[in-house]
Design a protein around this ligand. Structure first.
Ligand code: PGA
Length: 246
């Protein structure tokens, strides 16, 4: 049975002091989660160490917001897998739509990042998703299939997560309709070709939409941006109500 993964992506938010305050408020609210789910937080690189200390013993996992494919070298602004592992990081987000958009990250680069992460022992969270225009012109399936095939090329699909994040739903308050998100996640599962692969939905997830999303059979968790910055709201998301059949 697939374990749900509830992940918070803090993007460029939270100083160390703010991360510490978040952890203090958040920890007690998620201290008795059901065993069917994992919680992951992806702070900025600068707050990883602080958060690792503040969450020590809580069972909450840490993710990086990106990772480079080289072990070290002249790559200003990048971070190597070993540097993250040393801090207790277990997951690495790659291919998020923001670096795809602002830094023109290609599927090939994303694949290199994911491969390096996986071979170092990190679980890559590979993000895929269509833009508004691509959805309107009927290209959704083709775009996501290409992102999945190129982004996951050569990866062990038992040790990765795919996050379906329609770009038009990110930070817009427009959550993709749960049934439609479920349909796309099901397609992704068939393209990955591994029924056990963990697939998240992301895009304006909040405490009011989480239960409806998690009831869907193909959705194994969520990747949450804005709503993960509030400890009470994110704790409500982590405490989503499991489907009756689980
Ligand atoms: P959002 O961001 O929840 O703020 O829409 C999701 C994401 O970018 O991962």
């Amino acid at each position: 049975m697939r374990k749900a993964v509830i992940a918070g992506n803090w993007k460029m938010h939270m100083t160390c002091a703010e991360a510490r305050a978040f952890a203090e408020a958040f920890r007690p609210l998620v201290s008795s989660l059901p065993a069917d789910r994992d919680v992951v937080l992806a702070p900025p690189f600068t707050a990883i160490s602080t958060l690792a200390t503040a969450l020590d013993g809580s069972g909450i996992h840490l993710a990086s917001q990106n990772v480079h494919w080289e072990g070290k070298g002249a790559f200003t602004g990048e971070i190597a897998p070993a540097m993250l592992l040393e801090l207790g990081v277990s997951h690495a987000i790659v291919g998020h739509s923001e670096p795809r958009k602002y830094f023109s990250e290609s599927d090939e680069q994303i694949n290199r990042r994911a491969r390096a992460a996986q071979s170092a022992g990190l679980v890559p969270i590979v993000c895929v998703g269509e833009s508004d225009g691509q959805r309107e012109s009927g290209e959704t399936e083709r775009v996501i299939r290409r992102q999945v095939e190129q982004g996951l090329d050569g990866l062990d699909t038992n040790h990765l997560i795919v996050a379906y994040e329609p770009i038009w739903a990110i930070g817009t308050g427009k959550t993709c309709e749960a049934v439609e998100a479920n349909r796309i996640c099901g397609l992704i599962r068939s393209w990955v070709g591994n029924p056990e692969v963990v697939i998240q939905y992301g895009g304006s997830v909040n405490p009011a939409t989480i239960d409806q999303l998690m009831i869907q059979p193909e959705i194994d968790g969520v990747l949450v941006g804005g709503a993960s910055l509030d400890p009470i709201g994110f704790a409500r998301i982590a405490n989503y109500q499991a489907p009756v059949s689980a």
